[in-house]
Design a protein around this ligand. Structure first.
Ligand code: MEV
Length: 422
């Protein structure tokens, strides 16, 4: 499969869908699921008090090479420019071989909180001494063990809180290819009585931690300065490269900028999460908590390597699954997974990291050269034209005129529609 599809952006929607279906070998029902987004009965089963559905655009980003394999990436997002940026970042990386990824392992953490412990430090020792019993009890639940996973380790900490010291026990759980929330939460509840006995306190919270720092995904890529040359500005590729490094340094030195820098990363990551039915709130929580571990900073790093290439890397917690949850039960998410065609949750996590890095790279490249508004306005102009009542065959023309006149406003769009339809 080749993820390079020149002109994909300019095709009509039906042709794009057919191209993706053909390249990814999708059956008719998968294509239908991509196009319809599931039905309202399914929505009613997924949540409570359902009255309808909201349709998000489901797009496919092109050009990705991840660990030597081409991959088309489904992205669900309403913000224009995000999918184009991901495809552009992937194209820049592709020229030098694409993205290399690795994942630290599918380990989620479950927390059991014990309060009112008379001797928290000794209690911690008693828990650690009995860690095999705690681990065995967690694994007695049967979840994950039959898949080769389960609770691998037990740790304990004394946490100083505003209401005094608490003992916090962590279960380190190999969740295999699941996101793992249900399995981990089941285990934390099961071991709670034993933790209560061991600590002599009262167990209160029993739930996973979204700071999944035992489940880190990393991606890296390189870009030659020549590929960063940009016609619309006078800057050379080397200058663009160096300004990207300065932009990263800005984020490393200033949390106000780091928040926006990471927002750019998460534009890509969240869009893949939504398309594949993964829990984007968990991923968001983990990413920002990880970014704040030594004072809030950027999730990615940009340097210049020994060959003068821009060297780009990212590391962030990635709590995603290929089995269970909405990924399996929602036909559109399942079809999106077919487009991605990954083998395991670790492989999926690597793709997420690559997409976050591609998105970030493209945002910074645009920000340090022509700025982000030019591309954004081109896409936004189409929405403005359609909202102003331009018939389908005139949307592109009205949008092009709005951009050329540098006046992308509803009033001007309405005038143009009137003028062109007279
Ligand atoms: C906009 O959604 C995201 C950016 O602001 C990210 C960034 O500034 O790096 C373009």
């Amino acid at each position: 499969m080749d993820s390079r599809i020149p002109g994909f952006y300019d095709e009509d929607r039906e042709t794009r869908t057919a191209t993706v279906a053909e390249r990814c070998g999708l059956a008719d029902d998968a294509v239908e699921a991509l196009e319809t987004g599931g039905d309202v009965e399914l929505a009613d089963r997924l949540s409570e008090n359902v009255v309808g559905r909201i349709g998000y655009p489901l797009s496919v980003a092109t050009n990705f090479v991840v660990d030597g394999a081409d991959v088309l990436v489904p992205m669900a997002i309403e913000e224009s420019s995000v999918v184009a940026a991901a495809s552009h970042g992937a194209k820049l990386a592709r020229e030098a071989g694409g993205f290399e990824t690795d994942v630290s392992g599918p380990y989620m953490l479950g927390q059991i909180q014990a309060v009112d412990v008379a001797d928290p430090h000794a209690a911690r020792g008693r828990v650690l001494d009995a860690r095999e019993d705690v681990r065995a009890l967690a694994n007695d639940q049967g979840v994950l063990v039959s898949h080769g996973g389960g609770c691998d380790d037990v740790t304990a900490r004394v946490v100083d809180t505003p209401t005094g010291e608490q003992v916090v026990v962590h279960l380190v759980v190999d969740v295999c290819d699941a996101m793992g929330a249900n399995a981990v939460n089941t285990m934390t509840e099961a071991v709670a009585p034993l933790v209560e006995d061991l600590t002599g306190g009262e167990v209160s919270l029993r739930v996973l931690s979204n700071l999944a720092d035992r489940r880190l995904a990393r991606a890296r890529c390189r870009v030659a300065p020549a590929d960063l040359d940009h016609d619309e500005t006078d800057r050379s590729g080397e200058q663009v490269r160096d300004h990207i490094v300065d932009a990263w340094a800005f984020a490393a030195g200033d949390p106000y900028r780091a928040a926006t820098h990471n927002k750019g990363v998460m534009n890509g990551v969240d869009a893949v999460a939504l398309a594949t039915g993964n829990d984007w709130r968990a991923i968001e929580a983990g990413a920002h908590a990880y970014a704040a571990r030594d004072g809030y900073g950027p999730l990615s790093t940009f340097e210049v390597d020994a060959d003068g290439y821009l060297s780009c890397s990212i590391e962030l917690p990635m709590q995603v699954g290929t089995v269970g949850g909405t990924t399996s039960s929602h036909p559109t998410a399942s079809a999106a997974m077919e487009v991605l065609d990954v083998e395991s949750a670790d492989d999926l996590a690597g793709v997420f990291a690559a997409v976050g890095l591609a998105e970030n790279l493209a945002s910074l490249r645009a920000l340090v050269s022509e700025g982000i508004q030019t591309g954004h306005m081109k896409l936004h102009a189409k929405n403005v034209a359609a909202q102003a009542g331009a018939p389908d065959d005139l949307v592109d023309e009205v949008a092009a005129r709005l951009v050329a006149e540098e006046d992308v406003r509803a009033g001007r769009a309405r005038d143009l529609v009137e003028e062109l339809t007279e």
